[in-house]
Structures are given as structure tokens and as C-alpha cells.
Design a protein around this ligand. Structure first.
Ligand SMILES: *Cc1c(COP(=O)(O)O)cnc(C)c1O
Length: 396
């Protein structure tokens, strides 16, 4: 088995050598000032990546899904109403979690390929005169469909309705890769994980709570133990956790934040946009379409590419793994078999992206799709040649 090739799944992403080394640590006392030297800078770094001055950052040994559970269980009570759109597998799974926690979810069914309907949110919130809705859920980037939503527009919908509901944002596949502004957008709980934009292996749920979300924890009745943010805060005050932290990963997270901030968040976002545009140029040259319906919702971290009617898109993923040792993402849920996904986030360069585009092209030709070898690669090359950033700028 060879591990030479990069992966093109939308998480876990490729781990830079420096981060792999940062995670490889001797055992230290995880209840000591030495651990505090990892913990506190990591939390500060995450706060900067979230673009927040006031968020309380909590980091659990878990994954993004645990971050959802942290958001819900610390701020809500059984029977509370939450508002959520379903426009892909991840928003679907978050709704499912709410229902299993006994929350009443007002679901706005939205086409898979469209962004969150902020205008519908505004109508529903305006009609909710008694303020029964306690939280609005928003998946910033639907990893299943490659659709980005406008979180600022969701905030405007809440404000226009004069509605006090909390705003929870799933930023698992956007934070640290695409523009995210916790304070400016009035996000109350931001959720992410270690294995996407932060370029680490899976194992950390990373959440930011606004002061308003912290206030809501005082009356929230849903049961919580492992994910209790107050237990966690007490631990932090003593350079510790309420249990045993994933020390190596925390050290990796601290280094990851340093790397992202050294590159500059705006440069990180521009790099992701540039790489994504090259992939989209290739998709256009292949004569294929994205699942994302319109350019304003194109994701800069993952592209879900529709294959022709009657063709099983999953065959591309299987074939790429078997013949070329390359990982792409399969279609999930409603779009299973209809799309394959190219993940283009985390530690990636234009040149790495070209190798993924070239491999997808070989697979599609091998499987008999009417695509000319080199067409997508050439389109991406043209784009990257014309929009190259200097190698120095791309520290990652
Ligand atoms: C990956 C992902 C998740 C799930 O995160 P896990 O770390 O697998 O639990 C949730 N939401 C989105 C948008 C994702 O991309």
C-alpha cells in the first residue's frame, strides 16, 4: 500500500508533515501547567480563526457530530422548537439528532443543490410571535452537495423578524477554509472538527459559544455529561479537562492555528477559492454539471459533480481507489450514485489539485464516459496559470 497520493475526499484532509509531527508527542501530565501551554493557545487560536473576540471555545475529544450535540444539549430543553432547512445529508443528520433529543424541528424542505432559504426563515420567524423557536440551525457548507449558504443572510432574517432565537452554524467543512465571521454574523454556536480545514486527523469537536449561548446554558434542561460546557470550563481553569484530553491532537490544533494565521486567513480563503475555480473549470470542460445549482452557492471546499443519467457515479470512486490509489468522495443520501465529489480543502496546492483532476479524468474515460483526456486538466491549468499566487504566499 502506498500513502504517496493526496486524498480528494472532503475530510479527513491531507495532514501537513509539520502537523503530523506536532501530534506525535511523549506523554505529559494532562493536569498541569505544561498542558495549559497547549490548551490555552489552541483555544485562542481557534477564537481568531472563528473571527470572534468574545466566544468561549471548547474542544472535546470527539468529532464534528459531537459538536452538534454540544450545541443542542447545552442550550435547549426537551420540547423546544428549532428551525432547520434540509438541503443535504449533513443538515438531515443534524435534524435527526434534534429529533432524537426530543426537540420539535420545524423543517424547511429545500432542494439538494440549493442554499439555505433565508427568506423562508424570515417569514417563519416573523410569524412566530410567541418566540417558540429557540434556535435556528444553519449548515454553512453542505458537504454532500457542495453548496455554501449565506449565513449573513440568515442573521439578517433573524434581525428583520426581531426574533431572539439562537443561531447555530455547522461550519465543519467551511471553518478555516472559507470566510467565516462568528461575531459579525451573530453566530451563537459555531461547530467544527479537527479533520477538515484544520488539517488534522479526526478526533476533536471544536465549538465556539457566544455570550448569549453561554447565558442559555443556565436554563437549558437537556441532559448532558460528557459535553457539558460548564464542566469543561471548570477543567480549563485548572489547565485540565473533566476527563483525559487528546493531548497530541490538541498540540496539533495549536500548530494548525499558527499555520493558518501565519498564511493569513484571507490568503487561506483565496487559495481555497482559486483551487476550487480550477476544479470548476475542469468540470465545465468535461461538459458536466455541479450539484450546486447556481454560482453563488458554489462551495470552495468540495465539488459534487453530476454524472450523466444512467451512469453510477460511485463507480468513479471505486475505480479511482482500485486502479489509481486515489480517494474521491461518493454521493450521499438523495444524490448517492448521481454525483461524485472532489474534496479540495485543507493542505492543498494548485499542483496537487491538478493530479486529482487528471485522475478523475482517467477514471471517467476508463469507464466509457464521453470525455476527452486532458480537457479538464487543460482548463484548470489555464486557470491556475492566469491566477497563480506566489509559492511564498501559500505557506501551506
Ligand atoms: C464532516 C461533516 C460533519 C460531521 O463531522 P464528523 O467529524 O464526521 O462527526 C458535519 N457537518 C458537515 C457539514 C461536515 O462536512
Amino acid at each position: 500500500m502506498s500513502f504517496q497520493n493526496p486524498v480528494f475526499i472532503p475530510g479527513p484532509t491531507n495532514i501537513p508533515e509539520s502537523l503530523r509531527k506536532a501530534c506525535d508527542m511523549p506523554t505529559i501530565d494532562h493536569r498541569s501547567p505544561l498542558f495549559g501551554q497547549i490548551l490555552h493557545p489552541a483555544r485562542d487560536g481557534v477564537r481568531k480563526v472563528l473571527k470572534s473576540e468574545t466566544a468561549e471555545v471548547f474542544i472535546f475529544p470527539s468529532s464534528g457530530t459531537g459538536g452538534w450535540e454540544t450545541a443542542l444539549s447545552n442550550t435547549l430543553s426537551a420540547g423546544d422548537t428549532v428551525l432547520a432547512a434540509r438541503n443535504g445529508m449533513f443538515s438531515h443528520r443534524w435534524i435527526d439528532m434534534c429529533q432524537r433529543h426530543g426537540l420539535d424541528v420545524q423543517i424547511v424542505e429545500t432542494p439538494w443543490g440549493a442554499g439555505l432559504p433565508a427568506d423562508r426563515y424570515e417569514e417563519i420567524l416573523s410569524a412566530d410571535k410567541d418566540h417558540k423557536i429557540k434556535a435556528v440551525l444553519a449548515t454553512h457548507n453542505e458537504t454532500a452537495t457542495g453548496v455554501k449558504s449565506d449565513i449573513a443572510a440568515v442573521r439578517r432574517a433573524l434581525d428583520a423578524a426581531g426574533h431572539p432565537a439562537l443561531l447555530f452554524v455547522d461550519g465543519v467543512s467551511s471553518i478555516a477554509s472559507m470566510d467565516f465571521r462568528m461575531d459579525e454574523w451573530g453566530v451563537d454556536v459555531a461547530v467544527t472538527g479537527s479533520q477538515k480545514g484544520f488539517m488534522l486527523s479526526a478526533g476533536l469537536a471544536i465549538v465556539g459559544f457566544s455570550p448569549k449561548a453561554m447565558e442559555a446554558t443556565k436554563s437549558a434542561q437537556l441532559p448532558r455529561t460528557f459535553f457539558d460546557v460548564h464542566d469543561m470550563a471548570k477543567g480549563y481553569a485548572n489547565n485540565a479537562y473533566p476527563y483525559t484530553p487528546a493531548v497530541g491532537l490538541m498540540n496539533g490544533l495549536n500548530e494548525s492555528c499558527k499555520m493558518l494565521l501565519a498564511e493569513g486567513l484571507e490568503n487561506v480563503f483565496a487559495r481555497h477559492h482559486r483551487i476550487a475555480e480550477g476544479v470548476r473549470a475542469a468540470v465545465g470542460a468535461w461538459g458536466l454539471e455541479l450539484c450546486a445549482a447556481t454560482p453563488e452557492v458554489y462551495s470552495d471546499t468540495v465539488s459534487a459533480i453530476r454524472t450523466p443519467e444512467g451512469f453510477n457515479a460511485t463507480d468513479i470512486v471505486t475505480h479511482a481507489a482500485d486502479k489509481y490509489g486515489i480517494a474521491f468522495g461518493v454521493g450521499l443520501g438523495e444524490v448517492a450514485g448521481k454525483v461524485f465529489r472532489i474534496g479540495h480543502l485543507g493542505s492543498l496546492t494548485d499542483v496537487m489539485a491538478l493530479s486529482g483532476i487528471a485522475t478523475a479524468e482517467m477514471c471517467m474515460v476508463d469507464l466509457g464516459l464521453d470525455i476527452r483526456l486532458g480537457s479538464g486538466v487543460a482548463a484548470a491549468q489555464e486557470y491556475y496559470r492566469g491566477n497563480a499566487a506566489s509559492a511564498q504566499q501559500d505557506a501551506a
